[in-house]
Design a protein around this ligand. Structure first.
Ligand SMILES: *[C@@H]1O[C@H](CO)[C@@H](O)[C@H](O)[C@H]1NC(C)=O
Ligand SMILES: *[C@@H]1O[C@H](CO)[C@@H](O)[C@H](O)[C@H]1NC(C)=O
Ligand SMILES: *[C@@H]1O[C@H](CO)[C@@H](O)[C@H](O)[C@H]1NC(C)=O
Ligand SMILES: *[C@@H]1O[C@H](CO)[C@@H](O)[C@H](O)[C@H]1NC(C)=O
Ligand SMILES: *[C@@H]1O[C@H](CO)[C@@H](O)[C@H](O)[C@H]1NC(C)=O
Ligand SMILES: *[C@@H]1O[C@H](CO)[C@@H](O)[C@H](O)[C@H]1NC(C)=O
Ligand SMILES: *[C@@H]1O[C@H](CO)[C@@H](O)[C@H](O)[C@H]1NC(C)=O
Ligand SMILES: *[C@@H]1O[C@H](CO)[C@@H](O)[C@H](O)[C@H]1NC(C)=O
Ligand SMILES: *[C@@H]1O[C@H](CO)[C@@H](O)[C@H](O)[C@H]1NC(C)=O
Ligand SMILES: *[C@@H]1O[C@H](CO)[C@@H](O)[C@H](O)[C@H]1NC(C)=O
Ligand SMILES: *[C@@H]1O[C@H](CO)[C@@H](O)[C@H](O)[C@H]1NC(C)=O
Ligand SMILES: *[C@@H]1O[C@H](CO)[C@@H](O)[C@H](O)[C@H]1NC(C)=O
Length: 735
């Protein structure tokens, strides 16, 4: 028979067979099968290959070319067992698996599929098939797995499915977004599925299936039941008719059952779930009042969804959560937790928790307890619509291994105040759509693979941390966010000059442009800055004169640039300076004697410049380098922003010293042209850990009393003209 004619026969036969599941393929096709197996060595049976080709004909859209390998051609190509998504039995050559999930197909399912009579596995999920589920899907007697979820089928779920008596897993779920237009009126056919373990009919309208609990009870092997958003009929009371002893997974979320269960019924309900691992009652009206602590008995729980808008629920104690040692997902949205102040501690004690939704829970946490929340293990956190008394009122947060591009959905979270996506693998650019987040106050995107230019920022942004990405290009001429307080752009490839408009950011207190390719002179900056970190760029010009009025400055790092000129006398007026790094520039002239007025200084690095003249005397003024110095908490210099800065400072700590920057007490004047003797007063700096005066022209002797520098771990004096004997005190340097 001519192939085209054979196909026609096949289609006609298939169309009539669809209702009756007649499996006798046309004679020609069967003969071909034997022929193919014997002669060509191809494993594929011709009538099954033709059935697949007929299926392909029903597909109108295959944009991804998923079915490109499905075609006639040379012998190899005709072997449908090698086609994408097709798996055959090694023994018989029959197609046993068809996996076309998420392959972008649209069109109609051809009844020719019924010729795949040995099919055991059928996955057509996430495609756009129209019409209703064809009745012939009930024909695959050997089918163990059928996944038709997230397809766009409409109409009634066919009762013929009940003929799939070997089925273990049946997934027909629609989704919340793609509301299924399927319904069922009578599910009694489920009773024929004696081996069914998994049933997902979420978002199928089951409002007419009054007897659903008893129908489910007739399936002896049922372990996992997903009926989210099914308009399930009945009352909360009907839930108690469900035989829960076997169930490992139960999802009846997003169904409204009217009056909630009374306390004793609720306890009975939970009491019968011995094996439950996945329980989702969110968006139902099953519970009200106090969340029963008995939930703590369900020690196998991985997933617990209780969030609901329907009823008033509250908890006065959530310590029972700590019994759920396997819990990975917790949703208690809209449960009033206002009296529970230790909730971050409880959350920390659930070791496997990855996803936490506490949306609109009246959470209280006016103090820093939120900072105690152990975020390292969480992948998703939503604390929106709570009031913490400080800006973390709404927070959307993902962590760990998030890949892909910055989700577009972020733009739609218009009430978002904090977006923390640091330390993921997000790529792509920040789109201009970010401007829509008019409430956004803090944006943390550090340690990702983002690229492109920094866009205009949303107008209420206060904190921007996008360190350690691949951003490039110039900064925008205007930032668009006049209230910016923290800008961290370190370790990117940003170039050009810093725009003059930075002066307009009158609240700016932390600016970190380290490790980029900025050049030209620094523009005038706003004078509330406490941290100005510009290291490792190509900035040129003199020591900025506008710094004179920067009384709040704590941390100034201009190292590794092309700055020159002399250091100003007024540098001694920057009384709050604790870290001063000017090394690896081209500064010349004397070190101003006023530098010893910086009594809080802990780290002074002027190495590798062209400085000359004597080392300043009066070093004993610098209390910051003595053991009398108060231990400095690096967070203290911006009380308003403690949470934010603790994150930012983590970068700095890593960069400078593994034990934390606060332990570093250093003077490094090496690689200059300093002359004269080492001042004796230096020995009063008993907190100094490292002193480097090497590669200068220093003369005279090593101070006798050097043994008094009890903290010294490193002393470099080489490449000078120092003479005389090693003082005996050196041996007192125990480190
Ligand atoms: C069929 O053969 C392939 C390759 O030899 C092998 O990987 C596969 O496991 C076999 N399948 C079955 C069901 O035996
Ligand atoms: C399926 O879609 C095709 C093309 O989009 C259309 O012609 C056909 O009428 C649709 N069939 C049903 C049953 O909706
Ligand atoms: C069905 O397919 C969807 C999407 O491909 C998947 O998420 C789901 O887990 C599958 N169902 C079962 C029971 O495997
Ligand atoms: C399918 O099941 C129905 C009963 O639900 C039965 O009448 C019919 O004969 C079955 N069809 C096949 C092909 O087994
Ligand atoms: C559902 O269908 C079965 C078989 O067709 C029938 O016996 C039963 O009465 C129906 N149930 C309801 C509630 O209509
Ligand atoms: C479900 O079906 C019932 C009865 O046909 C209808 O009244 C109801 O609106 C449907 N529910 C949804 C969510 O479509
Ligand atoms: C519930 O299911 C279990 C396990 O299959 C069975 O032993 C028990 O009798 C059932 N209970 C009811 C009330 O049907
Ligand atoms: C279940 O939890 C409640 C309250 O925490 C407790 O009183 C009860 O003894 C527990 N029951 C079992 C069987 O563990
Ligand atoms: C939560 O409970 C507290 C204390 O019972 C109450 O004052 C508050 O109004 C409740 N919050 C909401 C949103 O109902
Ligand atoms: C801060 O919150 C913790 C609970 O996380 C609480 O124990 C402590 O008393 C609170 N401190 C103040 C000053 O409110
Ligand atoms: C948070 O979790 C990480 C990783 O599990 C752990 O190393 C860290 O000690 C925890 N922190 C707190 C405060 O519990
Ligand atoms: C993150 O990805 C790495 C590599 O792909 C993998 O080894 C690791 O298990 C993932 N971690 C999590 C928490 O998914």
């Amino acid at each position: 028979m001519h192939p085209a004619a054979a196909k026609l026969v096949l289609l006609v036969v298939a169309a009539t067979a669809a209702a009756a599941c007649s499996f006798s393929p046309p004679a020609a096709a069967t003969a071909g099968a034997t022929h193919a197996l014997e002669d060509s060595g191809a494993r594929c049976l011709p009538h099954e290959r033709d059935a697949l080709l007929a299926f392909k004909q029903g597909i109108t859209i295959d944009d991804d070319g998923f079915l490109a390998s499905w075609r006639r051609g040379q012998e190899e190509e005709e072997d449908c067992c090698r086609w994408r998504g097709v798996t055959c039995s090694n023994r018989t050559g029959h197609v046993v698996e068809l996996d076309l999930s998420d392959s972008g197909l649209e069109g109609q399912i051809s009844p020719s599929l019924i010729y795949l009579e040995q099919l055991e596995y059928l996955d057509l999920s996430w495609n756009g098939f129209n019409g209703s589920i064809p009745a012939f899907v009930g024909c695959f007697k050997n089918l163990r797995y059928q996944n038709l979820s997230h397809t766009s089928f409409t109409g009634e779920v066919p009762h013929q499915l009940g003929n799939l008596s070997n089925l273990r897993e049946l997934d027909l779920a629609g989704s919340f977004m793609l509301y299924s237009h399927m319904h069922a009126t009578n599910l009694s056919w489920l009773a024929h599925m004696h081996y069914l373990e998994y049933l997902d009919m979420s978002y199928i309208n089951l409002s007419m299936v009054v007897d659903w609990p008893s129908v489910i009870n007739t399936i002896p092997s049922m372990e996992s039941l997903q009926l989210s958003g099914c308009s399930l009929p009945g009352t909360s009371q009907s839930m108690t008719q469900l035989n829960l002893t076997r169930l490992v997974e139960l999802d009846v979320s997003n169904n409204y059952f009217g009056n909630p269960l009374g306390t004793s019924n609720a306890l009975e309900f939970f009491g019968s779930m011995e094996n439950i691992r996945y329980l989702d009652l969110s968006g139902t009206s099953i519970l009200s009042g106090r969340v029963p602590p008995h939930l703590g008995n369900l020690s196998n729980l991985r997933h617990l969804g209780l969030g609901s808008l329907h009823n008033t629920m509250y908890a006065t104690d959530i310590s029972w959560l700590t019994h759920l040692q396997q819990l990975e997902y917790l949703d208690m949205g809209n449960v009033n937790l206002s009296t529970i102040t230790d909730w971050p501690l409880v959350v920390n004690m659930i070791p496997s928790l990855k996803v936490l939704y506490l949306i609109e829970c009246s959470l209280q946490s006016a103090n820093q307890s939120l900072a105690h929340l152990n975020l390292t293990k969480l992948e998703e956190l939503d604390l929106s619509l709570n009031y913490f008394g400080h800006p973390i009122a709404s927070c959307w947060f993902w962590k760990n291994n998030m890949t892909g591009v910055l989700p577009d959905m972020v733009e739609h979270l218009s009430s978002l105040e904090i977006l923390m996506l640091s330390n993921n693998s997000i790529s792509g650019t920040i789109s201009a759509g970010i401007l829509k987040l008019t409430k956004l106050q803090a944006l943390f995107l550090a340690l990702n693979r983002l690229n492109g230019q920094i866009p205009l920022l949303p107008k209420n942004l206060r904190t921007l941390d996008i360190a350690m990405n691949n951003f490039s290009g110039h900064l925008p001429v205007e930032f668009g966010a006049p209230h910016l307080e923290v800008i961290v752009l370190s370790s990117n490839h940003i170039t050009g000059h810093v725009p003059r408009s930075i002066f307009k950011l009158q609240k700016l207190s932390f600016l970190d442009l380290t490790n980029n390719s900025f050049y030209r002179e620094l523009p005038i900056m706003p004078n509330l800055l406490s941290c100005l970190l510009l290291s490792n760029n190509r900035f040129s010009g003199k020591f900025p004169s506008w710094l004179k009025s920067f009384s709040k400055l704590v941390f100034l790092d201009l190292s590794w640039n092309n700055l020159d000129g002399t250091l100003p006398i007024w540098i001694g007026d920057l009384a709050g300076l604790t870290i001063l790094q000017l090394d690896h520039n081209m500064f010349y002239g004397d070190i101003p004697v006023t530098i010893t007025n910086l009594i809080q200084l802990q780290l002074l690095n002027l190495a590798s410049n062209n400085l000359s003249g004597p080392t300043p005397q009066s070093l004993s003024n610098i209390i910051g380098m003595t053991t009398k110095a108060p231990k400095r908490e690096w967070i203290e210099f911006s009380e308003r922003l403690t949470d934010v800065l603790s994150v930012v400072m983590k970068h700095q700590e890593l960069k400078y010293h593994s034990d934390g920057i606060s332990d570093m007490v250093v003077i490094d004047l090496s690689l200059n042209h300093l002359t004269g003797e080492i001042p004796n007063e230096i020995t009063s700096l008993d907190g100094l850990v490292s002193l480097n005066l090497s590669w200068n022209h220093l003369s005279g002797k090593i101070p006798k009393n050097i043994g008094a520098m009890k903290s010294l771990e490193s002393l470099e004096l080489s490449r000078n003209n120092i003479s005389g004997e090693m003082p005996a005190g050196l041996s007192d340097l125990t480190f």
